[in-house]
Design a binder for this molecule. Structure first.
Ligand code: PEP
Ligand code: MN
Length: 269
C-alpha cells in the first residue's frame, strides 16, 4: 500500500483521482475540486507543467498552477497529484504535490526517474504509450533502486492500429500487473478513450478487473478546456459515474482470485 495523507492506495479502498487536464485558472480549478470532492474523489489532478505534442499548444501555468493546486487542496481537503517533466523541477513540485505524476512520454526519462528515487513523495508512473508491461516495471525498478519504493503504476492506453479511440486501453494490464507485482495499479480511462462518452464504461471495466483506482479528467466546461476537452467529463457526468461505480468495485475480490489462473491460461495464438 502506498500511503497518501491519511489514506492509502492499494490497501483495499478504490481511490479516485479527478480534475482537469491542465490547471487553467483559480475559478476553473476550485469549481472542479469542489465538485469532484463532493462526488467522492480523494485526490485532485491538474497539470501545471504540461507535455504538449505541439509547441503552439498551452504549456501550463507552472508555479502559478502549483499554487492554485495548493489553494484547492486547502479548500477541499483533497490530496494533489500533478505531473513532473524534468529532474530540475522535482524539488519544487514536491513542495506542492502529494503524488508526483510521470507522464507517458517520460516513462523512459531515466534522469527524471532517478531524481524521483531521491524524493519523499509517492510516484504515479504512467505506462509509455509504446511500452510493454515489462518495460513499465523496469522503469518502476529504476525509481525503487534509486531509493523510493512508493510507486503506483498507471495504465493509460497504448498505441495500436486502432483509431476509434485515442489509445487502446489494455485492460489485461491490470490483472497481469496485479499478479506479477505488489505495486498498486491505477487506470486512466480518459487518455485511453480520447472521448468522454467512453470514460464511464471503461471505469467500470477497470473496477471489475481489480484496479486500485482511477485517474479521470473532469472540467466544468469541457468545450472551453485548454487541453483534452473532448475526453473530459463535466462535473455532473463525473458525479453520476461515481454514483454508479460501487457494484463494479464490489466484484474486485472475486476477479483478483482469478488472476493467477488468467496468467496460466494465456498462451500462443
Ligand atoms: C495527463 O494526465 O494529462 C497526461 C498528459 O497524460 P499522459 O502522460 O498519459 O498522456
Ligand atoms: Mn490530459
Amino acid at each position: 500500500m502506498v500511503p497518501v495523507g491519511n489514506f492509502g492506495i492499494g490497501g483495499g479502498e478504490f481511490v479516485v483521482m479527478a480534475g482537469p487536464c491542465a490547471v487553467e485558472s483559480e475559478a476553473q480549478l476550485l469549481q472542479t475540486a469542489e465538485a469532484v470532492a463532493a462526488a467522492g474523489a480523494r485526490i485532485l489532478r491538474g497539470g501545471a507543467y504540461k507535455p504538449r505534442s505541439s509547441p503552439y499548444a498551452f504549456q501550463g501555468l507552472v508555479v502559478e498552477g502549483l499554487k492554485l493546486l495548493r489553494k484547492a487542496s486547502q479548500a477541499t481537503g483533497l490530496a494533489i497529484i500533478t505531473e513532473v517533466m524534468s529532474e530540475d523541477d522535482v524539488d519544487l513540485i514536491a513542495e506542492y504535490a502529494d503524488i508526483m505524476q510521470v507522464g507517458t512520454r517520460s516513462m523512459e526519462n531515466y534522469a527524471l526517474l532517478e531524481a524521483l528515487g531521491g524524493c519523499d513523495r509517492p510516484v504515479l508512473l504512467k505506462r509509455g504509450m509504446t511500452a510493454t508491461l515489462e518495460e513499465l516495471l523496469r522503469s518502476a525498478q529504476v525509481i525503487a533502486m534509486a531509493g523510493n519504493p512508493q510507486i503506483i503504476l498507471c495504465e493509460r492506453g497504448i498505441r495500436t492500429f486502432e483509431t476509434a479511440t485515442r489509445n487502446t486501453l489494455d485492460i489485461a494490464a491490470v490483472p497481469v500487473l496485479k499478479t506479477v507485482s505488489h505495486l498498486p495499479v491505477i487506470v486512466d480511462p480518459s487518455h485511453a478513450a480520447g472521448v468522454r462518452s467512453l470514460v464511464p464504461v471503461l471505469s467500470r471495466a477497470a473496477a471489475v478487473v481489480g484496479a486500485d483506482g482511477l485517474l479521470v479528467e473532469v472540467h466544468p466546461t469541457p468545450e472551453n478546456a485548454m487541453s483534452d476537452g473532448n475526453q473530459s467529463l463535466t462535473c455532473g457526468e463525473f458525479r453520476s459515474m461515481m454514483a454508479d461505480l460501487r457494484p463494479y468495485i464490489e466484484l474486485q475480490q472475486e476477479s483478483r482470485q482469478l488472476c493467477p489462473q488468467l496468467l496460466v491460461a494465456g498462451g500462443a495464438d
